[in-house]
Design a protein around this ligand. Structure first.
Ligand SMILES: [Zn+2]
Ligand SMILES: [Zn+2]
Length: 345
């Protein structure tokens, strides 16, 4: 099978790999499409540590191609979505109801230190494979995992009906936040620095979402909830929050540092929270909500695995080698690798 492999910082390579074998409690999934995520991008830019030689990718859907002797939840041919946030159920965070912060993740993170989904096939433990509802296409199902992240982080804001919500960053995660909030009837403003993404967000999101260039974000007024999806929380966001507001730090960058005026937390009752990855229940909820949320509207490109370099160029992965053209900003929203049956552009 073909696999997109992380060799070193820079562009990955495409390798021929044997179809992986599987244990009694594991499922072999023939991957249809695998989304390119900010994490994949960060790995390639050297901003997120990953094992050299690992198959990249963790947001995937496909069909069950084989099951271990002990597997009962799915059968050959079932359409499934993969939950890549493994947990052990035995460590202290797991026992305290925080499996998302499982202490035994090392060596088990799909597409980071365990072979991921940008390949013909991937092997996943049975309990992390969910059947896709019939109504959910592969193109839509590929966004179930990011949706689970979004649901967990939106819940951490403890939103109220009349909230004004500011989402910082109009990448796929920010756009997904806006899409979900707009469906709930929330008043949502999306602020973004990259002009290409401002344009894409305006084109792809419902009209009720206000999309502003970051410089005009003040026009959003004082938000009750701010979701930072960039990992570079703009310093002035805390100062502009309405009294009693909540800032959720969702994006992460290894070098992300913010200076926080502590006084504003006290005098205006601002909460600053990090929610991190989703719980298993959020993933199940995301599978269910995918029946009605038009997640696929955020997918701008579906390209076969072999065209991974082109796909990464659309996402402004900085070309590190001399002689390669400069990356020139984002030219896509969500990009999927693989095939969902539609012709590639
Ligand atoms: Zn991801
Ligand atoms: Zn654990």
């Amino acid at each position: 099978m073909k696999a997109v492999v992380f060799e070193d910082v820079g562009l990955p390579g495409i390798h021929d790999r044997a179809v992986p074998s599987f244990e009694a409690d594991e499922v072999l999934v023939e991957v249809a499409v695998s989304g390119i995520c900010g994490t994949d991008r960060a790995i390639l830019l050297g901003e997120f540590p990953a094992r050299r030689g690992v198959v990249l990718g963790h947001e995937a859907v496909g069909a069950v191609a084989g099951v271990g002797a002990g597997v009962t939840a799915v059968a050959q041919g079932d359409r499934v979505v993969i939950n890549p946030t493994y947990h052990c159920d035995r460590c202290r965070p797991c026992r305290r109801g925080m499996p998302a912060h499982c202490g035994a993740k090392e060596g088990r993170e799909l597409g980071v230190d365990r072979d991921g989904t940008m390949a013909g096939f991937a092997v996943v433990p049975e309990r992390f494979v969910h059947r896709l509802p019939d109504a959910v296409s592969y193109r839509r199902g590929a966004l179930v995992e990011p949706l689970a992240c979004v649901l967990n982080n939106l819940a951490a804001a403890r939103p109220r009906w009349d909230d004004r919500v500011l989402v910082v960053g109009a990448g796929p995660i920010g756009a997904l936040c806006a899409l979900v909030l707009a469906r709930r009837g929330a008043r949502v403003t999306l602020a973004e620095r990259d002009p290409g993404r401002v344009e894409l967000a305006r084109l792809l999101l419902p009209r009720t979402v206000r999309v502003l260039a970051a410089a005009e974000a003040d026009a959003a007024g004082a938000p009750d909830v701010a979701i930072d999806t960039t990992g570079a929380l703009p310093g002035d966001v805390l100062g502009t929050m309405a009294a009693g507001g909540t800032v959720v730090v969702m994006g992460e960058k290894e070098a992300g540092v913010a200076t926080v005026p502590l006084r504003s937390l006290v005098t205006r009752g601002i909460r600053l929270v990090g929610a991190g990855p989703y719980r298993p229940a959020d993933f199940a909820l995301a599978v269910d909500l995918a029946r009605e949320l038009p997640l696929e509207t955020l997918v701008t490109h579906v390209l076969p695995l072999e065209r991974y370099a082109e796909a990464l160029a659309l996402l402004a992965v900085v070309p590190p080698a001399p002689g390669r053209p400069e990356a020139d900003g984002y030219r896509a929203m969500k990009v999927l690798l693989g095939t969902d049956g539609s012709p590639a552009p």
